[in-house]
Design a protein around this ligand. Structure first.
Ligand SMILES: Cc1cc2nc3c(=O)[nH]c(=O)nc-3n(C[C@H](O)[C@H](O)[C@H](O)COP(=O)(O)O)c2cc1C
Length: 350
């Protein structure tokens, strides 16, 4: 069925297709949630062997949706029915903003890859918080991805994150600090130890809700390791690796702006994750994201040390059956390796 839907959707501009999917999932969630039941029983994998108590909540399966698909937390019910074990919504900024000029989203079907320069288009803190207030606590864990507004100066960036943490701490299970998107000018410059130590010191004084750091795969590894260590020492509960890459040579025909994701990011993201896991497995929660499109890849990242994985681009190309395939594939591989619970598989290589 997804093949047919995909044929139609892929005739449309990527952003138009996304808007139609958003409308369908949002309206069904609001007005006919019962329609989701058959989907949930088809796609959602809930198995005691995959269940984890982590970040102060319960994850029924380890496969989540990466940030940027549900920018405004409007599709949470539908996305849960499609099988995601957690959803990272956002990026949310303090003020609503339109994002970058269009076109800003490009698909590469042959390469199962995406290029985006969205620029944190979102409805802003107040509106999204209001929506979440009536939903939270929610059936599956919710992560709030937070970022600064485009017009906020570097000097005022900390205040943006303060507003977001203060505003969202009671309507999500965990938060993810985004200083790694390539689409907000100057944002990646905040990936420095002075800012990150100040931010997490402030954050831990504001809330006990877990807050993680999401990083870019384009950082020098030594700098990335130091930055993650600094974040952890100042109270970060985990690392989400990675965001999209600006290494445009990875994809023939790529634009010279925005970030690449999907299959072309897979090798780079996996290679980036490995030394991070070597350094931090057992010390903090690791979430691996970037080019995961199969159970084998998800399982590899789990063996390396990821407690959770996330997908985004592969979901667009393969549809919701991917969630089920990945979860069932992980169970099959655990079986082969003699693991009775996912916790035995996580970091088994370490
Ligand atoms: C269209 C699009 C929009 C995205 N928006 C965000 C965002 O707002 N915040 C964020 O942290 N990551 C964002 N991402 C990055 C994803 O969360 C993820 O880190 C990246 O796409 C790598 O995963 P994938 O290869 O499975 O897509 C976006 C990705 C895409 C494709």
């Amino acid at each position: 069925m997804y093949d047919l839907l995909k044929k139609i959707m892929f005739q449309l501009q990527p952003e138009t297709a996304h808007e139609i999917a958003e409308l369908g999932l949002r309206l069904t969630g609001n007005y006919a949630p019962a329609l989701f039941s058959p989907f949930a029983s088809t796609f959602f994998v809930s198995d005691a062997r995959l269940e984890q108590h982590l970040l102060g909540t319960t994850f029924h399966n380890p496969v989540g949706l990466g940030a940027g698909f549900d920018k405004n937390a409007t599709m949470l019910k539908g996305l849960t029915a499609l099988g995601f074990g957690h959803i990272e919504f956002g990026t949310i900024t303090p003020k609503a903003q339109p994002g970058n000029p269009k076109p800003r989203l490009f698909r590469f079907p042959k390469e199962e890859s995406v290029q985006n320069a969205m620029g944190f288009n979102n409805e802003g803190l107040v509106k999204v918080k209001k929506r979440l207030t009536s939903l939270y606590p929610f059936a599956t864990p919710l992560g709030a991805n937070i970022g600064k507004n485009k017009t906020t100066t570097p000097e005022d960036a900390l205040e943006d994150y303060r507003l977001l943490i203060e505003g969202l701490k009671d309507v999500c299970d965990f938060m993810v600090v985004n200083v790694s998107s390539p689409n907000t000018p100057g944002l990646r410059d905040l990936q420095n130890e002075a800012f990150i130590s100040e931010l997490f010191t402030m954050a831990t004084a504001l809330t006990r809700k877990p807050i993680l750091l999401k990083i870019s795969p384009d950082m020098e590894m030594d700098a990335a390791l130091s930055l993650c260590e600094c974040a952890i020492n100042h109270g970060a509960h985990g690392i989400v690796a990675t965001n999209t890459t600006t290494e445009y040579a990875l994809l023939q025909g790529a634009q010279s702006f925005g970030g690449l994701s999907g299959r072309v990011l897979s090798e780079k993201s996996a290679a980036f994750f490995k030394p991070l896991a070597e350094a931090f497995f057992g010390k903090t929660v690791l979430i691996s994201v970037g080019g995961i499109s199969s159970a084998d890849e998800a399982y590899e990242r789990i063996l390396e040390g990821a407690s959770l994985v996330q997908i985004y681009s592969a979901f667009i190309f393969q549809g919701p059956s991917l969630n089920k395939r990945i979860n069932e594939g992980i169970l099959a591989r655990m079986n082969q390796d003699g693991f009775h619970h996912i916790q035995e598989a996580i970091g088994a290589r370490r």
